[in-house]
Write a protein that binds this ligand. Structure first.
Ligand SMILES: [Zn+2]
Length: 208
């Protein structure tokens, strides 16, 4: 007998802090250490900063949903793109996620409308065609308004499989189906390109 009794579990942190760290570390690219840093940053601030963050998150939860037409993020029934009547109704661009739509918009070249699939086919990860926003895409195409469908899924194995699936589904509904070209990144140099990018750039070459 040592007289010390059972060891008392040592509290490594405050439960509220620990809970917040666990939640923050679920963000993509954020590990436990970064989450810890964020929480401690918040706690060092005036309460006002935390309350503002709280309100912003509350607004996300209350107000942001999905566009009933294209499934982009929206605060109204239709997103800001679907509400913009100056766009070309004949052009429809299919993307995987709202983030991809934003990237296309930043490029500033595309003036048509979008359809956000909400992911990409990945049968092993539980993403089948039923999990994607394909029924609404088909319904949109059936109106006959689209003359070109641009498939802008990512150049990954799953993105490619998704592109093929969409193209097949749309083949009898749209006169023209195109896919974003693969190519060399701007500012890139041939010798640093991986083979598959170079192969795709060569296969997708066009007249000068
Ligand atoms: Zn929309």
């Amino acid at each position: 007998m040592t007289g010390l009794g059972d060891p008392i579990p040592v509290a490594v942190g405050l439960p509220s802090v620990e809970r917040a760290i666990v939640l923050f570390s679920r963000f993509p690219g954020v590990g436990r250490k970064s989450a810890q840093r964020m929480i401690h940053h918040l706690l060092r601030q005036e309460k006002e900063g935390v309350v503002q963050l709280l309100h912003a998150l509350q607004a996300l939860s209350d107000r942001v949903g999905h566009c009933t037409v294209c499934h982009n993020l929206a605060e109204d029934e239709r997103c800001w793109i679907c509400q913009d009547t100056r766009r070309e109704a004949a052009l429809l661009c299919v993307v995987e996620e709202s983030m991809d739509l934003l990237a296309m918009e930043r490029a500033g070249l595309f003036r048509g409308y979008y359809h956000v699939l909400g992911g990409r086919l990945n049968p092993l990860g539980g993403m089948g065609p039923e999990q994607l926003n394909l029924a609404t895409l088909e319904a949109r195409l059936q109106t006959g308004q689209t003359t070109e469908l641009i498939i802008a899924t990512n150049p990954t194995v799953e993105g490619e499989a998704t592109a093929h699936y969409v193209a097949q589904m749309a083949s009898s509904l749209v006169p023209r189906i195109t896919r974003l070209a693969y190519g060399m990144p701007m500012g890139g140099e041939l010798e640093y390109l991986d083979e598959s990018t170079l192969y795709q750039a060569l296969a997708g070459r066009r007249n000068f």
